[in-house]
Design a protein around this ligand. Structure first.
Ligand SMILES: [Mg+2]
Length: 183
């Protein structure tokens, strides 16, 4: 089978990682319970920032957010390695900006995820993911972002949403914890 995965907030806990970085940089102590209730993919609201200031903050911290010690979700590394050992093909499809693609691939590999160079797709817009997913004839695809998942409704690929506070309205099969996932 061919398995496709988004990376950020599907396999790794990037927003929460960024949340801690924001607290530190802004010298604040916003509680994690505020984070857990956010209904937006963006996290700046928790810090009282508007869209513009929030966007600037995110972009100015991308190096830290992407390439420090962001944790993977429990069981994700083990699951993907198990799938690979069983002979399945693992694809990554991330809309991280192009200039970060190579380092992201290296970082994901260093984290212990099984990565083949020709199965790592990066730098597309959210709405372009569907073209890659179709071309790759994926059997399964996993993502967290409603704006992406909304474009994937009418394809043969079995699509799952990785459970997050901001995607509770997405009405498709849901992965709450990777440790409990089976297909
Ligand atoms: Mg994501």
């Amino acid at each position: 089978m061919r398995f496709g995965f988004d990376i950020d907030d599907t396999l790794i806990n990037l927003r929460e990682h960024a949340f801690h970085i924001y607290n530190h940089k802004l010298n604040q102590d916003v509680g994690i319970e505020i984070f857990r209730e956010l209904k937006t993919v963006e996290i700046h609201e928790a810090f009282g920032l508007d869209n513009i200031a929030g966007g600037q903050m995110w972009n100015s911290l991308l190096e830290d957010i992407y390439f420090t010690d962001c944790p993977e979700f429990e069981g994700a590394v083990e699951l993907l390695n198990k799938l690979e050992r069983e002979g399945h093909e693992i694809f990554y499809i991330t809309s991280r900006p192009k200039q970060y693609c190579q380092r992201t691939r290296d970082w994901v590999r260093a984290k212990g995820f099984p990565v083949q160079d020709d199965r790592f797709f990066c730098g597309m817009q959210d709405q372009e993911k569907i073209d890659i997913i179709k071309q790759l004839n994926l059997d399964f695809y996993f993502d967290d972002k409603p704006a992406v998942l909304d474009t994937l409704k009418d394809i043969p690929t079995k699509v799952y949403v990785k459970d997050q506070s901001y995607n509770q309205n997405v009405d498709i099969s849901r992965v709450k914890e990777w440790v409990h996932f089976s297909y």
